[in-house]
Design a protein around this ligand. Structure first.
Ligand code: NDP
Length: 453
């Protein structure tokens, strides 16, 4: 078995080394999950709920430890990392309410009784990216386990530490061996095997659109269920009648949070032309005040980028672009990048069209509501977005017209575990979280029982 060095992106130093499983190791993990499935499926609903609640409680007891791991491994600010560990606990508690409520229907038929069951699928494969290692893992495993599936989970090679620890905490909480298997390794080895192995009945993937398309194509071969959460290029639309001061004060966090490595980042700012100059004048001090610091500091609002390679990619979007202004970032070791605001001159500009996945905001003016909607929709993506206006009618019209899976009016709401999350167009397929996600980890079985003797 080979190993991978895990790097601290704030310093560039090696933190530790973890195993990188090969094909045989991956198959062995899938086999353990396959063997664990029948017994886990048959755990009484109330007992499965209790085990998930106990898992949530153990996560809660280790909140600071998990948050600390994420600060060191992913460069997340300590404030964000605490929220993320708390989110794992909350998602587990939320779906712990599901086993006793996973009821089917009784449908009227002649000559008997017709009932439906939501059957678990079997082994579910979850492929997690490096940008939000803890929440994205839990958004997959919590509903999957609640519905009676077992799980194999591949963390990103760059950020495996919290997933590995969550796997240990699951065992500590009494979740049986094999029910939640953490399988560290490369995407092209471990992740790809989830797609090709016949015992894995569903793949949940979060990551780049290109890899997501390949996974969807691969899953077609076995008609394997798939949920995809892919890229985004979300718009933040500011109308002239909005509370401009509030919109400007909140715009930086909506795109620079997690150093912009967020599929929901509002990375395209559309400002009504009549207030364009006024808005940029309000935005500049807010960007310059955004605190990019060592993520262990409680005051840090943004940490480093995830890797040297990723910093080079992000830089390539800024080279040759029209820079309006930037914030500050620490110098020295680590993959630091300052918050950067670019003026777009056409919708063809590369930084306007492509997902940068870094702290880079592109700005463009618009003339009227129709143009705002047209520009917001002029992208292959449709994940998130925000709009700012005091006109209720316009807020509703634009909310319905923008082709995106989640939208906030006069705010930049983050993901709530009890509401659905997912993308339209090429941002994804299916929805995570909320009341409906559970059913995507089941298949409906219809049973007719004859009453004729
Ligand atoms: P990837 O899509 O390559 O990686 C996401 C996950 O998929 C990782 O766990 C990765 O494993 C795994 N993976 C990679 N290739 C395969 C494969 N062929 N089969 C199965 N699994 C695979 O994203 P990157 O990390 O390369 O990031 C590139 C860009 O993608 C970012 O700059 C950003 O634009 C976008 N992205 C979007 C995310 C989102 O939240 N929607 C999240 C992450 C990235 P491993 O890396 O360990 O090899």
């Amino acid at each position: 078995m080979t190993t991978t060095d895990v790097i601290n992106p704030s310093t560039g130093a090696v933190l530790t080394t973890v195993p990188s499983l090969d094909l045989a190791g991956t198959d062995a993990a899938i086999e353990r999950a396959r063997k664990a499935f029948p017994a886990w499926r048959d755990v009484a609903p109330g007992d499965r709920a209790r085990l998930l609640r106990r898992f949530a409680a153990v996560v809660d007891e280790h909140l600071d430890e998990l948050a600390g791991l994420e600060v060191r491994n992913a460069g997340h600010t300590i404030g964000n990392a605490r929220w993320e560990a708390g989110n794992v606990r909350d998602v587990l508690n939320y779906y712990a309410g599901a086993p006793e409520r996973l009821s089917g229907r009784q449908i009227p038929v002649a000559g008997g009784l017709d009932v439906t069951f939501h059957e678990p699928l079997g082994v579910v494969g979850i492929i997690v990216p490096w940008n939000f290692p803890m929440p994205i893992a839990a958004w997959g495993f919590a509903p999957a386990l609640a519905a009676g599936n077992t799980v194999v989970l591949k963390p990103a090679e760059l950020t495996p530490l919290t997933a590995i620890r969550l796997g240990e905490l699951a065992l500590e909480a009494g979740i049986p061996e094999g029910v939640l298997e953490i399988v560290p390794g490369r995407g092209t080895v471990v992740g790809q095997r989830f797609v090709t192995h016949p015992a894995v009945r569903k793949v949940c993937f979060t990551g780049s659109t290109g890899v997501g398309k390949a996974i969807m194509a691969g899953c077609a071969d076995q008609v394997k269920r798939v949920t995809l959460e892919l890229g985004g290029k979300s718009a933040n639309i500011v109308f002239a009648d909005a509370d401009l001061a509030k919109a400007a004060a909140s715009a930086p966090a909506s795109v620079f949070d997690n150093a912009g490595q967020d599929c929901c980042a509002r990375s395209r700012l559309l400002v009504e032309a009549s207030v364009y100059d006024e808005f940029l004048a309000l935005l500049e001090p807010a960007v310059k005040a955004f605190r990019v610091q060592d993520p262990v500091n409680d005051t840090a609002e943004m940490g480093p980028l995830i890797s040297a390679g990723h910093r080079a990619t992000v830089s390539s979007y800024v080279e040759g672009a029209d820079v309006a202004f930037t914030g500050e970032a620490p110098a020295g070791d680590g993959w630091w990048f300052p918050p950067t605001v670019l003026l777009a001159h056409s919708t063809g500009d590369r930084h306007w069209r492509e997902e940068v996945f870094g702290p880079v905001l592109s700005v463009l003016p618009f003339r009227d509501e129709a143009e705002a909607v047209r520009l917001a929709n002029d992208t292959e993506y449709g994940l998130s977005g925000s709009l700012w206006t005091r006109d209720l009618g316009r807020a509703l019209r634009v909310s319905r017209a923008v082709e995106t899976g989640a939208l906030s009016v006069n705010s930049h709401s983050s993901v709530r575990y009890w509401t659905p999350f997912g993308g339209m167009k090429q941002s994804g397929l299916g929805r995570e979280l909320g009341p409906d996600a559970l059913l995507s980890f089941t298949d409906v079985k219809n049973v007719f029982i004859s009453t004729d003797s």
